[in-house]
Structures are given as structure tokens and as C-alpha cells.
Design a protein around this ligand. Sequence first.
Ligand SMILES: [Fe+2]
Ligand SMILES: [Fe+2]
Length: 375
Amino acid sequence: MNMQAKHTADATTVEEGLAIAEAQDKQYNDEMATETAMQNTLLTPRFYTTDFDEMDAIDVSSVREDWDKLIAQMVSDPNKGHFKKNEDWDHIDWEGMDPDLKKEFIDFLISSCTAEFSGCVLYKEMKRRGNNKDITQLFQLMARDEARHAGFINDALREAGLRVNLGFLTQKKKYTYFRPKFIYYATYLSEKIGYARYITIFRHLEANPEHRFHPIFKWFKEWCNDEFSHGEAFALLMKTDPKLTSGMNVYWIKFFLTAVYATMYVRDHQRPAFHEALGVDPDWYAHEVFTKTSELSKQIFPITLDIDHPRWQPTLEKLHRANVQIAKAKEQGGIAGKLKQLSGSISAGTAFLTLFTIPVKKHQVPANTRLEPCY
Ligand SMILES: [Fe+2]
Ligand SMILES: [Fe+2]
């Protein structure tokens, strides 16, 4: 028997990818990274479950032409074999890395790996539970991609002596239930904002290669194209039911846009050394990513957030400060700590409400949904 270990990048199905990951789990010590990945706070990536029967009942015939093209493109699998180390992978001196940068970068990798894997688990489950051929095929393809992405981040982590144990996470991490429509809004946005984040970093480092302190960023272009396609699929799914993007649901869309943008802002501002090493001002980066995501999401959402509104930026900063206060208070502990935590949570809640009450920009949704990556 050929015992040569295959790589997650070459796996053609999610099952195969996960089997490779499981074999690796047995080989490496991974406690710290898995512990971090297990955390469930408002800001850390979660695992989701939903009403799979309802999702299985989606009929894509109204978007059949676009659907078939998108699926054919995903089946052609342009990124097979891409997500693994090759001669472009530079050696990293983890020991010599500035300790703050190392801590924040590892945190970034673990949280990205968890987010990729969260998508993988949800998509794989939908594929497993469904009978609708269109739906199960799409979810099988997306799960395949996410397993590769997670596997590749684990390659990077392993060089630092860490690894996220994906099998353990699947079994032990808490699952949050979301109704299908909330899965569409949240997942669509996370795929599109993922694209916008990766392509913005990729283009910035293309222009400023001296800031590329780790080779993984060289892979971000093909990576973000996968996320782009996943976002396209969710846009088409939403297009099949106009109710999802009209009436009261527009408030839900606003809520998810606000929550996703605010979470990204706060999470990124927790990593100053990481952004400094990249030569990126996190405020500039956030605005850039929000602008791109808003532009893309016009394909299906009838509103976008007014990120140039005078209350937007100062309130995000307030939210960030409240978050810092909560973290410090948690560390302090005791009654004084608890009180500070409470007042921090109130400020954070008020800030979120302030963001939510900023009037939105309305626009006409185009008849044709499909977009191609253009940034
Ligand atoms: Fe991904
Ligand atoms: Fe994705």
C-alpha cells in the first residue's frame, strides 16, 4: 500500500480532505491552538447548525442558467493542488519574530482556520443531510474548498509548533443554531467580506512586498477567488426567494451588515502589531474592506450601510474602546472587574445601537445577480 501522505490541497472531496486532516491530528501536539479555537465569545468564529430540511427544499430553477455556470466553474476546480507549500514558501524564523507580532499573527491564523473550518462543517452537514441534487452538489464543492483552506492554515501553524485539531473541534465545539435565512445573510457576508479582506491584503503586499512577513499571503489571490464563488452561490440562493431581501427582512440584512462590519473592526483593532508589520493602518483597511463588500453586496441586498456617515467611524472607535475595557476588566477580576465589565458591555451595546440607527443607503438591485472578482 502507498503510505505516502496525501495533502489536503489535493483532496477532491471534503471527506478525503478531512481524512487527511484526521491522520495529521494523530501525529502532532496541538493543545494550545485547539484551546484557542474552542473559545466562544462574541468575537471568535462560531460553528453553526440550521434547519437542513428547509434548505434542502430550495428550488434553483429561477436562476438555473447562472447556477449551472457557477457550478461548472467550481467543478472544474481551478485551485486543486494549490493550497500547499511549494518553492514560493519562504522559511519563517518563528523564534526571531517580535513576540507581539508572533502572538497576534498566531491568533490571526487560529481564528482564520476556525472560521474556514466552521464553513466546512456547516457545508458538509448540509451536503450529508440533503437530497436535493443542486443543493448537495454546491455544498459538497464549498466544503471541499474550506477543508483545503483550513488544512493550509494548519500547515502554517505547524511550523510554529501548533495545530488546530479539526476532528476534536467538530465533536466538541458548541454549535449555534441559526434559521436558514440568517445562515444566508451571515454566510453570504462572511464569504464576500472574506474575499474583500484577502484581496485587499494581497494587492497591498503586491505593491509593498517588503511588508510580506509570511509566505501565506502569496496564496491569498486564489484563496479569495474561492470565497468569491461561495458568496456568488449564496447570492443566487437568496435570489430564488425575493422575500428574503425585502420587507422586514431588510432590517435583518441591516443588522447582519452592522454586526459583521463591527465585529471585523473590533477584532482587527485587537491586532496592532500584526497590522503594523503588514504596513496597514487598520482604519484604512476597515474602510477599504467595507467599501468593497458594500459594492459587491449591492448584487443582492437592496441597502448598504452609510460608512461615510459622521457617526460611523467615531462609534466604531467607541465600540473598540468598550471592548478593550471589557477585556481588561475580565483580567482584573473581582467585584471591581465585574462592574467595569458591565459598564463596558453597556457602552458596547449603546455603540452598536448607535451604528444600527444610522440611516442606510437604498438602491435598486440588478436583475442579473452574477459578478466576477474585479479587485
Ligand atoms: Fe475559505
Ligand atoms: Fe468560503
